[in-house]
Design a protein around this ligand. Structure first.
Ligand code: SF4
Length: 390
C-alpha cells in the first residue's frame, strides 16, 4: 500500500483493494462469532440487533435479543405490543428510547410500507431511531446494498489501517474515513464485508492492545508500520464529568413497597422506580423526607440505609443512596397515590424497572433471603459501584 499522508484522502489501486477484501473476508469466514442475529438475513432480526447494539456490547445484547425475539417474533408483534410489555422486555439494556423508537418505526413500516423496510438510505433515515449507521447496516446486511456502515469499531480499524490523523468526531475526518472505507466495500455481499470490519474492530483491532499478530491486515497497516496503532484514532476533548447525588426510599407499607412510574424524564419515561430524586444539600436524608412530603404527600420516617448504587449516564456519575422508610403515621392499607403502586416483592418482575430500581429489588431479595436464613448474598454485595445504563 502506498503510504498516505496522514491527513490526505486515501486512493487505493484496484489490486490492493482486492487483496484487502480477500484477506478480511477469509478471516471473517474462519473466525466470526456465532451470533443469533446472524442466522438469518431477514431485516427484522437484523434491525432489532442493530438497535440493541447501539452503545451496548455484543455479549450483553445476546440474551436480551433472544428474550425480545421470543416475546415479539415478528414486526407485527412488536408494532402491536403493549408499551409496558415492550419496556419490560428491554429492561436492563438501558437507553429505553431505543425500544420506544423501534416500536414507533415498526408501526410506520407496517402502516406506510406494507411491512417492508425502506430500500433507500434516505427513506430509512426517516424512521425514528434509525441513523446513518443503522440504515447502512440493515440495508447492506439484509438487502445487499453497497453502503458502508461506519460505527466506532470500523472507525478505529480504518483510522489505523490508513493511519488517518484527526478527531473522527469532526466531519472532515469522518468523511475521509468514509471515503477510504467505501473504496474497500465489495459489490458482492457488502453486508458480510461490513460485518467483517465490525468483527475485526470488536475482536482484534481493540482500543487498547490491538492483537496485530492475529490481524489479516497486519502487513498493510500503516499505523502498525509506524508503531502508532495505540494512539489512533485520536480522541477529542471529553465533556466535563458531573457528579450527581441522589436518594431514594423503599417505603414499606403492610409488607408491600411503593414504586412509581416516571413521567418527567425523556430518558426513562414510563419506567418504574423507587421514589426519590437528585439533591444538592449535604443532608441527603432530610432532603429526601421533604421531597416525599411535597411530591407524594407522604410523611415518612427513614430507617437504615439499604444500599448505595453507583452508575454513570453519559457524563454524569451518579451515587444513589437508598433508605428504608416507614410511613409516619401508618396509613390505611388502601392508600393510593397517583402514578404509583404498592407491590409485593414477588411482583417486581412484572414492571419495567429502571436499572437502579432492579438493583434495589436485588438488595431487598437478598435481605429477604437473609432473614429466612439463606444468606447466599448479602446486602453489601448488591449494586455497588457497578456501571448501569440509564
Ligand atoms: S494491524 Fe493492528 S492496528 Fe492495524 S488494523 Fe490490524 S489490529 Fe488494527
Amino acid at each position: 500500500m502506498s503510504k498516505p499522508a496522514a491527513t490526505e484522502a486515501v486512493h487505493l489501486p484496484p489490486a490492493e483493494i482486492r487483496r484487502l477484501q480477500t484477506r478480511l473476508l477469509a478471516w471473517y469466514r474462519q473466525h466470526h462469532r456465532q451470533l443469533p442475529w446472524r442466522e438469518s438475513r431477514d431485516f427484522y432480526p437484523v434491525w432489532v440487533s442493530e438497535v440493541m447494539l447501539q452503545q451496548t456490547q455484543v455479549q450483553t445484547v445476546v440474551p436480551y435479543f433472544l428474550r425480545f425475539m421470543k416475546a415479539f417474533p415478528t414486526l407485527e408483534d412488536l408494532a402491536g405490543a403493549d408499551p409496558q410489555d415492550l419496556l419490560r422486555n428491554w429492561a436492563g439494556l438501558g437507553y429505553y428510547s431505543r425500544a420506544r423508537n423501534l416500536q414507533k418505526a415498526a408501526r410506520i413500516v407496517l402502516r406506510e410500507q406494507g411491512g417492508e423496510f425502506p430500500r433507500s438510505h434516505r427513506e430509512a433515515l426517516r424512521l425514528p431511531g434509525v441513523g446513518p449507521y443503522t440504515a447502512a447496516a440493515i440495508l447492506s446486511i439484509a438487502f445487499d446494498q453497497p453502503l458502508l456502515a461506519l460505527d466506532g469499531n470500523v472507525v478505529r480499524v480504518l483510522s489505523r489501517l490508513f493511519r488517518l490523523e484527526g478527531d473522527p468526531a469532526r466531519s472532515p475526518v469522518q468523511e475521509m474515513l468514509a471515503a477510504a472505507g467505501r473504496q474497500l466495500l465489495p459489490a458482492h455481499r457488502p453486508g458480510d464485508f461490513n460485518q467483517a470490519l465490525m468483527e475485526l474492530g470488536a475482536t482484534v483491532c481493540l482500543p487498547r492492545n490491538p492483537r496485530c499478530l492475529l490481524c489479516p491486515w497486519s502487513s498493510h497497516c500503516e499505523a502498525l508500520k509506524a508503531g502508532v496503532q495505540e494512539r489512533l484514532p485520536e480522541k477529542g476533548k471529553r465533556p466535563d464529568t458531573h457528579l450527581s447525588r441522589q436518594a431514594a426510599a423503599v417505603i414499606r407499607h403492610r409488607g408491600r413497597f411503593l414504586i412509581r412510574r416516571r413521567s418527567d424524564s425523556r430518558l426513562l419515561q414510563d419506567m418504574w422506580e423507587f421514589p426519590g430524586g437528585e439533591f444538592s444539600r449535604s443532608d441527603l436524608a432530610g432532603s429526601l423526607v421533604k421531597y416525599l412530603e411535597s411530591e407524594l404527600r407522604l410523611n415518612v420516617r427513614l430507617r437504615d440505609r439499604l444500599t448505595v448504587v453507583k452508575h454513570a449516564v453519559t457524563n454524569r456519575r451518579i451515587t444513589l443512596t437508598v433508605y428504608e422508610a416507614r410511613l409516619n403515621p401508618p396509613l390505611p392499607p388502601t392508600l393510593s397515590i397517583p402514578g404509583a403502586r404498592w407491590i409485593w416483592l414477588s411482583q417486581a418482575g412484572r414492571y419495567p424497572l429502571t436499572a437502579a430500581a432492579s438493583r434495589i429489588v436485588q438488595a431487598l431479595t437478598a435481605e429477604h433471603l437473609h432473614r429466612r436464613g439463606r444468606p447466599e448474598s448479602g446486602r453489601r454485595q448488591v449494586g455497588l459501584a457497578a456501571p448501569l445504563k440509564p
